[in-house]
Design a protein around this ligand. Structure first.
Ligand code: NI
Length: 178
């Protein structure tokens, strides 16, 4: 096990488009997942992507078995390893997929929070570390977490998705004003 340093915004490795995983159930992949889990747990994160520990692969983990102290009121998202993901935004019937805005933080953007638009409802597909297929349709917080983590694989950090920078600030200052 290893708790890895988490790269911070400004590090160019966070801006790469990550490479797909080509070999599943390998020692190297299992070691990477263990490092991600240990690092996420140590930082009380809601999710972590391989590029955040400097690994250029399409691997994210998210979710918890118990409530997260950083997001005590958030609904539980099942603990998931997601590899080579594909996200499809879903609308109701023929309608364009709708968006919600809500607060997000990121272990690579420490101390800050911002209000970020995300698709309300998505289908996501991919594989776990054994190569078994994952196919889920989710909404709300679960959909937000998946979009945030997978964005790390496309070189996107949440401030790059924001539209209103008046809704961006330091956690302690935002809490003091509420
Ligand atoms: Ni993040």
């Amino acid at each position: 096990m290893a708790v890895c340093d988490i790269l911070k915004m400004g590090d160019p490795r966070l801006l790469r488009v990550a490479q797909p995983v080509t070999e599943f159930d390998s020692d190297a992949l299992h070691l990477l997942i263990t490092d991600l889990l240990d690092s996420m747990r140590a930082a009380d994160g809601a999710g972590l992507a391989a590029p955040q520990i400097g690994v250029d692969l399409q691997v994210v983990i998210f979710g918890t078995d118990a409530a997260n102290p950083r997001y005590p009121n958030a609904p539980l998202v099942p603990k998931t390893v997601l590899i080579n993901p594909l996200i499809t935004p879903l609308g109701e019937g023929e309608q364009t997929p709708s968006e919600d805005e809500d607060w997000e933080g990121c272990l690579s953007v420490p101390g800050l929070r911002g209000k970020v638009p995300r698709y309300s409802r998505i289908r996501y597909t991919g594989f776990d570390q054994y190569g078994d297929a994952i196919d889920r349709t989710v909404d709300g917080f679960h959909a937000r977490v998946v979009q945030h983590e997978c964005d790390h694989l496309w070189g996107k950090l949440y401030p790059m998705r924001m539209r209103d920078f008046s809704q961006f600030g330091f956690v302690d200052a935002l809490q003091a004003s509420n």
